[in-house]
Design a protein around this ligand. Structure first.
Ligand code: CJB
Length: 817
């Protein structure tokens, strides 16, 4: 019998009717007047229905193949908007454009109605989302697990030049992408005490007594791979109060008390902590971490039991990736389940844990290595503290056996720091995993050589590297239609899932016609960004200037301040010589500061102050403009990055673990000005030293400079332009009514040793900018370098990265067609 034709899940012909039906039936709205938000929602539900059907088919194929699956545990995901991503990946763009047009809308306008899902802070969360896209595209069976925060990362407004934070109630108008699975609630416990008892066989066992409980409700967000046939999902947990608990209070007449406890429970998934580095010591944050872990492990074990094999086969069926230390309490939780609930012996349970977990480290900043006071952890999770102490005791015996008598080493490696009584989560993650990876080559080397050398000696081969990657679907195909069309016209469409194919563009860098088309695509994107900036801030920017961009979280180590010093110096040079032979420039800077990060907020204020002065100065207006882009987020990045010509990646060497923005810019043909930090080094090797502007101290030189006792004062005294720029900032040139506003920034630099070595790299940065100017004045040479950047970025696809994880860490084969 002939094989039945594959069902057409896309069903484009009924799309228009489906949209109207959803506006009526789900939203309960009139079709008239035609409101774009309603039609966006209607379209979203129509897409969702098609996706669900494909997702069900994918899940069935997982079960059929009995394949091992990976669980990517992350406190953050940063998907941004979904609609266009789904449409692009499902290949429905033409059909959707037509359907929207038939209803009187442009698809792009409908897409603008969607609010970003900002359930992450920055690079770490966005990486997780790129990996979801690649796992689905590469057919690697697995899921993302996280928290469905009611409030995502705050919305940034700039008021009188200062950052103000507004709550991001992103689901206020509902979200068609979130599928609530009310039927699968799990109970999660907190507090109480650990109780010893003897089982009927006379074995001493432990259980968790007198705990409070909170319910975890799974909410799924579907992730279609490119081509649309393989659809996976993220499962995000929302907290709900456990009904039994509040009912009891209610029956005793304490309605408000019952509500109070309900609110207390639901707080767990209320809000994302807005720091891009770990938060120390906040009980609610620890409860969030455990909430994610406990609910996820329940789900994993439920699925494992359903599929048949016993626990000895668990690591052959399950790989768990810990996205930074945030979900590391999973090591203790899996031990608790295996030993206390499944009654496995300690050694057997421990072997299972270690084969199951792997840990990705994303930062070497010492202040960011997460620790929890043992007292606090023991109060919230009493049994887990006991388990961690036992893991620690056995681990230190191992250390003592390898290095007898070396008490110092034991203290340094201990999971519970004997001096501070804090639990070092990174140590728990390293000890409890079979692989530990950094996120760029330099970063992984620093982890091995500087941060965890004694662990590396103890566990040879455990430390490894997987350089980060980005999804070409969102960051080129979808975000940059002008360039994507041009590329596809020349080399065909396969680059979207095989990014190395971009190398076929290399010879075209020599072709003047192709360069002209390349420039035209960039210009279209610059015009699109100029329209956006005008709409958002009322400010006009000129697409015929060099677009110089730095967008990322505000942090001292990322050195937005060095960028400002370049701007001020350029401003001074232009004021002195209005005919200076440099291209006109628009400097765009965007990024959020953690609400409690004083210095980062001051630097935002400095940028807005410099922008006000420079933009109001008629003498330089046409040659230099400075824009602070409020509320940098994924959907804004999709407009900014394709328009950029110069990408600023200027962190102090040794401090940026990898960076992924650097990859997105280069993929879109921006030239990088950057330090030898994070993945910049690998980008330089890929695109060629002559197609990138590298400057500044290396990581080793940074270390040596600090060790030698760096004196910023001497450096400033020897550099008249630097001294002038600092003097202007310090004495209130940009804020005459508040001359001392930036004194704290200068104090940090001049009195506290300039830890981030801004003054040390200043002159080298300016020289690199001179080289930028020279090349930009030769548009043909600049364009050729731009093409070579894009052409050489194949390695930085997140497809490559997840396939490396699958092969070297997860031991998972991608599913066949
Ligand atoms: N990173 O975004 C975060 N949050 C953290 O808590 C620690 C690190 C960033 O992760 C990215 C993805 O690996 C890196 O590219 C980036 O360098 C790092 O700062």
């Amino acid at each position: 019998m002939a094989k039945p034709a594959a069902p057409d899940f896309h069903q484009l012909e009924s799309l228009g009717e489906d949209i109207k039906r959803y506006v009526l039936s789900i939203l309960g709205n009139d079709l008239y007047p035609p409101d774009p938000f309603r039609y966006y929602s209607g379209l979203a539900y129509a897409i969702r229905e098609r996706l669900i059907r494909m997702w069900l088919a994918t899940q069935a194929s997982y079960y059929d193949s009995m394949s091992k699956r990976v669980y990517y545990l992350s406190m953050e995901f940063l998907p941004g908007r979904f609609l266009m991503n789904y449409i692009t990946n499902m290949g429905m763009e033409d059909g959707c454009r037509q359907a929207a047009a038939d209803l009187g809308f442009s698809l792009d306008d409908l897409a603008e109605e969607e609010r970003d899902a900002g359930l992450g802070n920055g690079g770490l969360g966005r990486l997780a989302s790129c990996y979801m896209d690649s796992m689905a595209t590469q057919r690697i069976p697995g899921y993302g697990y996280g928290i469905l925060y009611d409030y995502g990362l705050f919305h940034q407004r700039i008021v009188n030049g200062w950052q103000e934070e507004e709550a991001d109630n992103w689901r206020r108008h509902g979200s068609p992408w979130v599928i609530d699975r009310v039927e699968h609630l799990y109970e999660v416990k907190f507090y109480g005490r650990s109780e010893a008892y003897t089982d009927p066989q006379g074995v001493l066992r432990y259980r968790w007594a007198e705990a409070d409980t909170v319910m975890a409700m799974p909410c799924d967000i579907l992730i279609p791979g490119h081509g649309g046939k393989h659809v996976t999902n993220m499962r995000l947990w929302a907290a709900a109060s456990s009904t039994g608990f509040s009912l009891r209070d209610f029956n005793q007449g304490d309605f408000l008390g019952a509500m109070q406890s309900k609110i207390h429970s639901e707080n767990i998934s209320k809000v994302l902590y807005p720091n891009d580095e770990p938060i120390q010591g906040k009980e609610l944050r620890l409860r969030q971490q455990y909430f994610l872990v406990a609910a996820t492990l329940r789900d994993i074990i439920r699925r494992h039991k359903k599929s048949g094999p016993g626990f000895d086969e668990f690591p052959d069926q399950v790989a768990i990736q810990l996205n930074d230390t945030h979900p590391t309490i999973a090591v203790a939780e899996l031990m608790r389940i295996l030993v206390d609930e499944e009654f496995l012996g300690w050694d057997e349970a421990w072997a299972i844990c270690r084969r199951t977990f792997a840990y990705t480290n994303h930062t070497v900043l010492p202040e960011a290595l997460e620790t929890w006071p043992a007292d606090l952890l023991g109060r919230v999770l009493p049994r887990h503290l006991e388990i961690i102490a036992e893991i620690d005791r056995r681990f230190l015996l191992e250390v003592a056996a390898a290095h007898p008598g070396d008490q110092g080493r034991q203290n340094r490696l201990a999971i519970i720091d004997p001096a501070s009584r804090r639990v070092r989560m990174a140590h728990l993650a390293i000890v409890g995993s079979h692989k530990v990876n950094g996120v760029a080559r330099l970063h992984s080397d620093i982890l091995r050589e500087k941060v965890f050398p004694e662990f590396d000696a103890l566990y040879p081969g455990k430390f490894t590297n997987v350089t980060n990657g980005i999804t070409p679907r969102r960051w080129l195909l979808q975000a940059n239609p002008a360039l994507s069309r041009l590329i596809t016209a020349r080399i065909g469409p396969d680059w979207t899932t095989d990014l190395d194919r971009l190398a076929e563009l290399l010879p075209l860098a020599e072709d003047p016609d192709f360069r002209k088309d390349w420039r035209a695509a960039k210009r279209e994107n610059k015009k699109r960004l100029a329209r956006y900036v005008l709409r958002k801030s009322g400010m006009g920017i000129n697409p015929d200037t060099l677009f110089d961009v730095q967008v990322k979280r505000m942090h001292e180590y990322k050195r937005q301040f060095l960028n400002v010093l370049h701007v001020v110096t350029l401003y001074n040079r232009l004021r002195r010589d209005p005919h200076l032979a440099v291209p006109p420039r628009t400097v765009l800077i965007g990024g959020k500061a953690a609400p409690g990060y004083f210095m980062a907020k001051r630097i935002i204020r400095l940028i807005t102050a410099v922008a006000e002065t420079v933009n109001a100065d008629d003498a330089v207006r046409s040659r230099l403009r400075v824009v602070f882009l409020p509320n940098y987020c994924v959907s804004q990045a999709e407009k900014v990055i394709p328009a950029a010509e110069l990408s600023q990646q200027i962190s102090t060497a040794g401090m940026e673990a990898s960076g992924t923005g650097n990859m997105k810019f280069a993929l879109n043909g921006a030239l990088t000005i950057g330090t030898l930090d994070g993945a910049n080094i690998e980008i330089m090797e890929a695109v060629g030293r002559e197609n990138i502007f590298i400057f500044g101290l290396t990581a080793k030189e940074v270390e040596a400079t600090r060790a030698a006792g760096y004196d910023p004062g001497r450096r400033v005294a020897a550099d008249a332009e630097l001294a002038e720029a600092l003097d202007m900032i310090g004495r209130g040139y940009f804020t005459p009514s508040e001359p001392d506003l930036f004194a704290p920034i200068l104090d940090n630099l001049l009195r506290h040793g300039d830890y981030y070595l801004v003054t040390a790299d200043y002159r080298a940065c300016l020289e690199a900018q001179d080289a930028v100017n020279a090349l930009y004045l030769d548009p043909e040479a600049w364009t050729a370098a731009s093409i070579r950047n894009t052409a050489n970025m194949g390695f930085f696809s997140s497809d490559r990265a997840v396939l490396e994880y699958a092969k070297n860490i997860w031991n998972i084969e991608p599913l066949g067609e």
